[in-house]
Design a protein around this ligand. Structure first.
Ligand code: ADP
Ligand code: MG
Length: 357
């Protein structure tokens, strides 16, 4: 096991700057998820950690030692990809033990490693099968088995669940998390799926356009997103982002919407008439006949346990998730309120969270 430091790590392909200076400390035994939209540089960064891409600038340290010039096979890192890259003509057993066998490790030792991996991954009954005779989830477990027998210092995963159907993804999510508990291994896990990030990570690194937007525990990021990007990226349905201006009322600071709706806020901000973006999580709306928010309904989705309401407040799109089963038709107006402490505020120009909010 090892810790990992990235110190102002940059990547350039010719004239293109792909990563603009990544700083990150990963502790020994930590499960860190890199999440961000497609093309933001997640795989590039992971491949640099693995030694499969050169580092244009900055330093990567694994277990305290500079790794920039260390070839991949000497890094004691194991990487699992989206395409499992199993040998189709080999049995599960031979796929898992391929590494130890080409390294000519003792057969007894290899057998023990295989047993351990197979029992952790529930593959005991499938050892003589070939990949073509397995389900997607089982193939994914074989790929993980091949990683485990290496006893790596660092596990790297690049979107390993993207090829699985929704149900299997949820199951594998739990299994990878359980694996992390058993091994107390250091894991860097890449995904574009914010639910995977929220449910699996000790800490999430949100990336966008080759930069880190914010680093923190899932709930830190969910409860206090540092900027509009993180606010909109994490959470499903997404946070509503509503334009308004900061004003003073007899009851304190508030936001005025374009239709003159006044929404009280808890923040201690100067009511200077500045443009702000109000952020409200869907689950924080309350049905309230006297509430200040007038939501014009576009679509209602009953999920059984909740009602998902899609609509708009003035020009801004709003999604509300209500516990109640309500009957409301498209075009009707729903009155809602939100507790002032639950309102997020962002500077409309910079997109940054406003201090005091
Ligand atoms: P992600 O994994 O987050 O989807 P990638 O790390 O694969 O993103 O890619 C980040 C950016 O780097 C993309 O814009 C991609 O086009 C670019 N890129 C990746 N590999 C190369 C390469 N070999 N040459 C030039 N550009 C590349
Ligand atoms: Mg990628």
């Amino acid at each position: 096991m090892a810790d990992l430091q990235l110190d102002n790590v940059k990547k350039r392909y010719g004239a293109f700057d792909i990563l603009h200076g990544i700083d990150l400390d990963v502790e020994d035994g930590e499960f860190v998820v890199l999440v961000g939209p497609s093309g933001c540089g997640k795989s590039t960064l992971l491949r640099m950690i693995a030694g499969l891409e050169t580092v244009s600038d900055g330093e990567i340290r694994i277990g305290g030692r500079r790794a920039n010039e260390v070839p991949p096979q000497k890094r004691n890192i194991s990487m699992v990809f989206q395409s499992y890259a199993l040998f189709p003509h080999m049995t599960v057993k031979d796929n898992i033990t391929f590494g130890p066998r080409i390294r000519r490790e003792g057969s007894q030792e290899t057998e023990e490693k295989l047993k351990r991996a197979a029992s952790i991954l529930n593959l005991g009954a499938y050892l003589e099968r070939r990949p073509g005779q397995l389900s997607g989830g089982q193939r994914q477990r074989v790929a993980m088995g091949r990683s485990i027998v290496r006893n790596p210092d660092l596990f790297l995963f690049d979107e390993p669940l993207s090829n699985l159907d929704a149900k299997l993804r949820v199951q594998m999510r739990t299994e990878i998390k359980a694996l992390h508990h058993k091994f107390e291994s250091t894991i860097i896990y890449v995904t574009h799926d914010q639910i995977e990030a929220m449910t699996m990570a000790d800490r999430i690194v949100v990336m966008n356009g080759g930069r880190i937007e914010q680093v923190g525990t899932p709930l830190e990021l969910y409860d206090r997103p540092a900027n509009l990007f993180v606010a909109g990226f994490l959470g499903s349905p997404a946070m509503s982002l509503i334009e308004g201006t900061l004003v003073g009322t007899d009851q304190g600071a508030a936001i005025r919407l374009p239709d003159n709706t006044i929404i009280p806020i808890a923040a201690t901000l100067a009511p200077d008439g500045g443009s702000v973006i109000l952020g409200i999580r869907p689950e924080h709306y309350r049905l309230d006949p006297a509430g200040p928010i007038r939501l014009v309904v576009d679509v209602v989705e009953p999920t059984g346990s909740e009602s998902h309401i899609y609509g708009h407040v003035g020009p801004s799109e709003v999604r509300a998730v209500l516990r109640e089963r309500i009957s409301v038709s498209p075009g009707e107006t729903l009155r809602l309120s939100v507790e002032p402490e639950k309102v997020h505020l962002f500077d409309a120009d910079t997109g940054m969270r406003l201090s005091g909010a």
